[in-house]
Each structure stands twice: as C-alpha cells, then as structure tokens.
Design a protein around this ligand. Structure first.
Ligand code: PEP
Ligand code: MN
Length: 336
C-alpha cells in the first residue's frame, strides 16, 4: 500500500504517519518527490487495514499496490530513480556507457583498458576480479589483487569502478574497492547476498538471471530495496532461449517493459547477451532506442589475448567507432 501525502504536508505530519505505522508493526518507506511525499507501507495486509489513515488530514490518498514488488514499482514512485556515482548520473534521461574487460588480468591490461574507455567517452569502468566461470578449471579472477588493480585504474583515469561480488562473504572486501557492486546473472536469486547488499550505501547493478522473468528480476531488486538501499540499477544481459546462434538472446523488450513497471534505471549488456563482438554495437543502439539508461560492454586492448570472453570483447578501434555512433544517436534523442 502507498500513502500519498498532500502537497505541503509538514515533516511533523509525515513523521506522525511513520510513527503510527511502526506502532502498528508495519514498515514505512518514505519517498520524497518534488511535489509530494509518499510512504510505502509493507507488512501484514490485515494490520494495514486496521489503520485509519483517512482520519489524518495530511493524507491525500491511500492506494493499494497490486504488484508483488512494491518499492520497485511505479505505483510507489512514479519519478525515475536517479543514481549518482561520483559525477555520473544513472537514470533520469542520461545514457551512460560502462566499459572494460571481462576480467582483470594484469596492471598493464587494466590501466590500458581504462584509458581507452575514458578517451572514447565511457563514464564508468568495469572489470571482474571474482569471476563466475562455468568450468572450475577456467580462470577464476585475481581476487583482492584484481580489486587493487581496479583501484589503480580509477586513480589513473578517474573512472568509477563497477565490479562483481560473487559471494556474500566478500561484500565488505569488494565494498572497500568498488564504486558500484555488481550482482551477476547467476546470483540474481542469491537472496542472502541481496539482503546484505541492501544494507550497503553503494549502488548495486543487478543483472537479470538468464532464466528469470521480468517479475522475478524485480522481486530480486525488491530484496535490496527493502533493506534500505534505494540505489539499484537493473541490467538486462540476455536470457536462455532455443536460439543457439548467440550465447543468449537479448530481451530488448524487457527495457520498455521494466520502464513501465518500475522507476529503477535499466542498462543493457549486449556482450554477454550475444557472445559475439560484432553484434555489440548495433545492440547498443537498439538499447538506447528502446529507452535504456545505459549499456555495459566488454572491451579489451587485445581481445585475442583475453583470459575470459575474448570473442565478445570489442577491440579499441571498434569500441571507439561504437562510441561515436552511440553519441550521435544519444544527442539526437536528447540524451547525454
Ligand atoms: C560479467 O558481467 O562479468 C558477467 C559474468 O556477466 P553475467 O553475470 O551477466 O553472466
Ligand atoms: Mn564476461
């Protein structure tokens, strides 16, 4: 249920409702919009029905939320969530490119990648230090050393770092180095980790599970929001279908679908969706056209030498060419 307060409701009137909810044993999530404050009420429906909200003149309306996800829904918050990472704005009309190698390999590789990303106009730098690999014999990432190298790349370029947390036991460690904590597709329903990330104050980039519906994906976001962390960015990265020509199938329709249902920013990862570097630039344009708030792409100074996902990684030249096309379409669409 959402309580819409009258415009001009005072802090004291808002607090009165919050206290009333707490006293009744309900959770209150306050969202202060430009014109109105709304309070999301979470808890037992029976208890909710007992509260005489309409008796409070500062309450304008009480709206039930029919969706299973509440805090992620447009009913709870119609205005788009805007997340700031340094001076980068995710959501609310910008288009942000996140770029970098699949995994951190060496200092030289990671710093060189970050310089290429920065020069071409990417706003955030990505790279995995903990890698979720299908085979236990494949390169698993450099761990903490990889995080240190990511921090070096940030020092060199000023680009904030997005990197994956693979295990709930590593949340504190990754938090110390990262600017955005990534939840990989394979961990989308790792509910314990989602709850832990919900207690952090840094943004979380939540990838869609490869077999997850849009609703399940939003329910995963709800786990993080419910714990208090409102900085969730959704990332569409392709789903499993019968098609074998690409690694996964990019569900571009999920972008406008999620935008209709939720206020959270959405970015698209066409690299893991396709597994093929040539397909990445056109799908970045498709993501932008479909209303995404950004893209996350894999790029490597020498893709043939990559320890992970070389065939889907753009080389510096194709990355720069792609950035030019993206910038052109973004400015045509009035997005920067
Ligand atoms: C990644 O972005 O490094 C990654 C492993 O992607 P996904 O979780 O989408 O497979
Ligand atoms: Mn990868």
């Amino acid at each position: 249920m959402v309580i819409v307060m009258r415009s001009g409701a005072t802090e004291q009137e808002i607090q009165e409702i919050v206290d009333l909810l707490h006293k009744t044993g309900l959770e209150a999530h306050v969202s202060r919009g430009e014109f109105r404050t709304v309070i999301g009420v979470i808890g037992d429906d029976e208890l909710v029905l007992q509260v005489p909200f309409q008796a409070y003149p500062a309450v304008e309306r009480v709206i039930p939320i029919m969706k299973p996800f509440k805090l992620a829904s447009r009913e709870f918050q119609d205005e788009p969530t805007v997340i700031r990472v340094g001076d980068v704005q995710l959501g609310g009309g910008t288009f942000v490119v996140i770029a970098g190698p699949c995994s951190v390999e060496t200092e030289e590789q990671v710093v060189e990648s970050a310089r290429i990303a920065k020069r071409a106009g990417a706003k955030l730098f990505r790279g995995g230090a903990f890698k979720p690999r299908t085979s236990p014999y494949s390169f698993q990432g450099l761990g903490e050393e990889g995080l240190r190298l990511l921090a070096r790349a940030r020092e060199e370029t000023g680009l904030p770092v997005v990197t994956e947390v693979l295990d709930v036991r590593d949340v504190d460690l990754v938090y110390r180095y990262a600017d955005v904590l990534q939840v990989g597709a394979r961990n989308m329903q790792n509910f314990l980790m989602l709850k832990e990330l919900g207690k952090q104050d840094k943004p979380v980039l939540l990838k869609r599970g490869m077999s997850a519906t849009v609703e399940e994906w939003l329910m995963a976001a709800e786990y993080i929001l419910k714990e208090g962390n409102r900085k969730v960015v959704l990332c569409e990265r392709g789903i499993k279908t019968f098609e074998t020509g690409t690694r996964n199938t990019l569900d571009i329709s999920s972008v406008p679908a999620v935008k209709n249902l939720s206020h959270l920013p959405v970015v698209v990862d066409p690299s893991h969706a396709t597994g093929v570097s040539e397909l990445v630039p056109p799908l970045c344009l498709a993501a932008l056209a479909a209303g995404a708030d950004g893209v996350m792409v894999e790029m490597h100074p020498r893709p043939r030498e990559a320890l992970c996902d070389g065939s889907q990684s753009l080389d510096p030249e194709s990355f720069e060419a792609m950035m030019k096309e993206v910038t052109r379409l973004a400015s045509y669409m009035g997005k920067v």
